[in-house]
Design a protein around this ligand. Structure first.
Ligand SMILES: Cc1ncc(C[n+]2csc(CCOP(=O)(O)OP(=O)(O)O)c2C)c(N)n1
Length: 560
């Protein structure tokens, strides 16, 4: 049936007909026609955030947790520019986000109109695609195409900028079936490359599997496990690959790179074949690429052809969907073991270098959190030292239960992203874990949680510092703690002002009870964990250093 609708109504209708149910946004002048139309589409639930950055992170969290496109909405000018960090975060971590922004009316564009900004130009390098809708007649097609582009192939953010007068323009609208997503097809090149990879694995003495976010995005966790078990290859999970392989599995080694365990990095340096799946060998993983895995032939599987050979030279590149390629690899490889090699790697393990001299140990906090939630929890971490502890010490068992900003390393991500994760997984407990710095960046979203009844649980690891930067100052800047001590409000009182329960924990024995009570709360809850002020994350590869040269102990005392 054909109807005459406004652009704003067409926007809403297309979203509804594409299966969108949740929007995160903030209104303003140039997007008012859209907000005027929104109540006519009650299946679209709009979450009013307190800052547009949070809308983008929440849409990103929703997308990562659901595998569907997360949608955020903002007005022109400052509303649109506030989305930028969230879109760049989504771009770096391949998360399918659709941003809809209002724009000044077409007649005012290019005239520095009130709240005009060239958001398409600004976001071109940090989106898969940015559109300016030139006329209402193109609006529905652009929205449909934008949603498809966000999730097809390697996922990522898309921005659609809609001038206010286009939102008010009328046009005939006919509901159309949404085109099915194209399935990845492996051609004959893939077949040959899989064969070569299987031969390399068969001949290897010291093979390793390194898996990244692509394994989670393509839902290839079971296939990867089958590959590991059929070949005995030990498995390394990058920061964004964490939870793609169960912690505690006999073949699981841990995280590589800057804060990777010594045995993991040594295994990389000794390996003769590395099969990397759905990761991009970024500098936090490789350290100095010239010294990375000097003995290894690298097989690289990635959906994005541009990733193959971008950071490290590869012996075999396979472009394709991880699940599809790994299935083929499982068929192609012969059953084998790598028992001696695994034993050798276990022998590399050192006594843990992290020692805590007071306050709660992050390891204890994370073990208590796992116990309190009985593992039925998705953990969303922020950026800094706590992020590394959350990556290393929480025993992830189920795929995609660890969500963090890996590529951009965006402080302030955890709290708003956790709102999106919670909406995507209403049955699951969601814990946002932040440092005292990152938490203060987006803690205004507690109001969103209260207003929208989003039961996010928040933990703040309070060390009184911008801890990760302080650690670098201690190690590499002579201990001069320039601008890293950070004052915090009284978090319990803060929570009280929002009307949510909160606890401040200083002793380990308090943790089980507090974390269980917070988890059981029907609404949002906050737990401040007071940790040692100058605790460090060990081991650490110095920036630009080789994986073979970890720092494993405190440098000389600070005081410069
Ligand atoms: C938006 C943003 N600004 C600055 C940084 C640089 N940075 C990385 S870690 C860090 C310190 C984080 O401190 P906190 O949130 O207290 O966490 P901690 O390291 O103490 O666990 C900073 C400032 C960043 N990653 N993101």
């Amino acid at each position: 049936m054909t109807e005459v609708l406004t652009g704003a109504q067409i926007l809403c209708r297309t979203l509804v007909e594409s299966g969108v149910e949740t929007l995160f946004g903030y209104p303003g002048g140039a997007i008012m026609p859209f907000y005027h139309a929104l109540p006519e589409y009650p299946t679209l639930r709009h979450i009013l955030v307190r800052h547009e950055q949070a809308a983008a992170h929440a849409a990103d969290g929703f997308a990562r947790a659901s595998g569907r496109v997360g949608v955020c909405v903002a007005t022109s000018g400052p509303g649109a520019t506030n989305l930028v960090t969230g879109l760049a975060t989504a771009q770096m971590d391949s998360s399918p986000v659709l941003a809809i922004t209002g724009q000044v009316p077409r007649a005012l564009m290019g005239r520095d109109a009130f709240q005009e900004t060239d958001i398409v130009g600004i976001t071109l390098p940090i989106t898969k695609q940015s559109y300016l809708v030139p006329d209402v007649s193109e609006l529905a097609d652009i929205v449909t195409e934008g949603l498809a582009i966000a999730q097809d192939g390697r996922p990522g953010p898309v921005l659609i900028d809609v001038p206010k007068d286009v939102q008010n323009q009328k046009a005939a609208y006919t509901a159309r079936p949404i085109p099915a997503r194209a399935a990845a097809e492996g051609g004959s090149q893939t077949v040959a490359a899989v064969r070569r990879a299987a031969d390399l694995i068969a001949a290897a003495q010291r093979p390793l599997l390194m898996i990244g976010h692509g394994v989670i995005l393509s839902e290839a966790c079971e296939e990867v496990r089958a590959l590991a078990e059929k070949t005995g290859m030990p498995v390394i999970t990058t920061l964004l690959g964490i939870s793609a392989f169960p912690e505690g599995h006999p073949l699981h080694l841990g995280m590589p790179g800057m804060h990777g365990d010594v045995e993991v990095n040594r295994a990389i340096q000794q390996a003769d074949v590395i099969v990397g799946i759905g990761l991009r060998f970024d500098d936090r993983v490789t350290g100095n690429t010239a010294a990375f895995a000097p003995r290894a032939k690298i097989v690289h599987v990635d959906l994005d052809a541009a990733e193959i050979g971008k950071n490290v030279p590869v012996a075999v590149g396979i472009v394709g969907d991880a699940r599809d390629v790994v299935r083929r690899l499982v068929e192609a490889v012969a059953t084998r073991g790598a028992g001696d090699w695994l034993g050798e790697i276990r022998g590399f393990a050192r006594r843990r270098a992290e020692q805590f001299r007071g306050g709660l140990s992050p390891e204890t906090i994370l073990a208590s959190l796992y116990a309190a939630t009985r593992g039925r929890c998705t953990v969303v971490s922020d950026v800094g030292q706590h992020q590394m502890w959350v990556a290393k010490h929480y025993p992830y068992q189920r795929p995609n239960t660890h969500i963090t900003s890996g590529g951009l390393g965006t402080m302030g991500f955890a709290v708003p992203a956790a709102m999106g994760v919670g909406l995507a997984r209403p049955e699951e407990t969601v814990w946002a874990i932040s440092g005292d710095g990152g938490f203060q960046m987006n803690m205004a979203e507690i109001a969103t949680m209260v207003q929208e009844r989003l039961p996010v649980k928040m933990a703040v690891f309070n060390n009184g510092y911008l801890g990760m930067v302080r650690q670098w100052q201690q190690f590499f800047h002579g201990g001069r703690y320039s601008c890293t001590p950070i004052w915090s409000p009284d978090y319990v009182k803060l929570a009280d002002a929002y009307g949510i329960p909160a606890w401040r924990v200083e002793e380990a024995h308090e943790l089980p009870d507090v974390l269980a009570r917070a988890t059981a709360e029907p609404g949002p809850a906050l737990v401040e964990c007071v940790i040692e002020q100058e605790a460090n994350v060990f081991p650490m590869i110095p920036p630009g250093g080789s994986l073979s040269e970890p720092i494993e102990a405190e440098p000389a005392a600070h005081g410069a």
